[in-house]
Write a protein that binds this ligand. Sequence first.
Ligand SMILES: Nc1ncnc2c1ncn2[C@@H]1O[C@H](COP(=O)(O)OP(=O)(O)OP(=O)(O)O)[C@@H](O)[C@H]1O
Ligand SMILES: [Mg+2]
Length: 228
Amino acid sequence: MEMIRCEELMKTYGSGTGAVHAVDGISLSFEQGSFTAVTGKSGSGKSTLLHLLSGLDRPTSGKVIYQDNNLFQYNDNQLSVLRRRRFGFVFQAYNLVRELTAQENILLPVMLDNRKPDEAYLKRLVEMLDIDERLSHLPGALSGGQQQRVCIARALANKPSILFADEPTGNLDGKTGREVLTLMRTVSSELGITMILVTHDLGVAEQADRIIRLEDGRVAEDSGKGAI
Ligand SMILES: Nc1ncnc2c1ncn2[C@@H]1O[C@H](COP(=O)(O)OP(=O)(O)OP(=O)(O)O)[C@@H](O)[C@H]1O
Ligand SMILES: [Mg+2]
């Protein structure tokens, strides 16, 4: 079953001769529960594509279809509510609130939504990510790998249908990065979450079910069946 797709997606910065087509007519479909890695050289449009797919940014033209609706038909407020409830994000920079404990950081998206946390689910999540002993610590007292695992728990706290990650292991050493990625993958697959991950680390990409390589804002290679 399809989880999300984009049609003829374009994002152009600037105009005239200085125009940059960061994403230049991309159409892709992502299956529910699949794990896709998006690779390509620096500047090939990976982050731009991820920001468009996740509704963080609006395209110059084209659509992103999620549950039969184009994301960009919603206003900014509707879009941010949908993102908070349905999508999870993990970025390269940890983006944790320094003044809040790991536990408070993880609960933040649930609290922002005025919802009651699913205690049993969160307990399982932090155990799977092996941060259950670190929950009362401030981010500054955690290692890079632990901070990134807290970010992953935060991204998954609302039980998103899609987890978007942009170079989530970019700040970690190779071994820790692979461990964090393996965890992300295990947790997502156990929870049936669709994962779309940007990385220029080919070792990381090889753990995915499908690899999409971008070149100059276009799909240069796609190992999966989701091409449309
Ligand atoms: N806000 C912006 N204004 C102008 N140009 C932009 C902007 N954001 C991105 N670009 C340009 O769009 C192109 C794609 O950028 P993008 O950040 O998507 O690349 P990337 O593949 O994620 O690169 P990296 O691996 O370095 O993160 C680049 O040429 C970049 O300079
Ligand atoms: Mg990028």
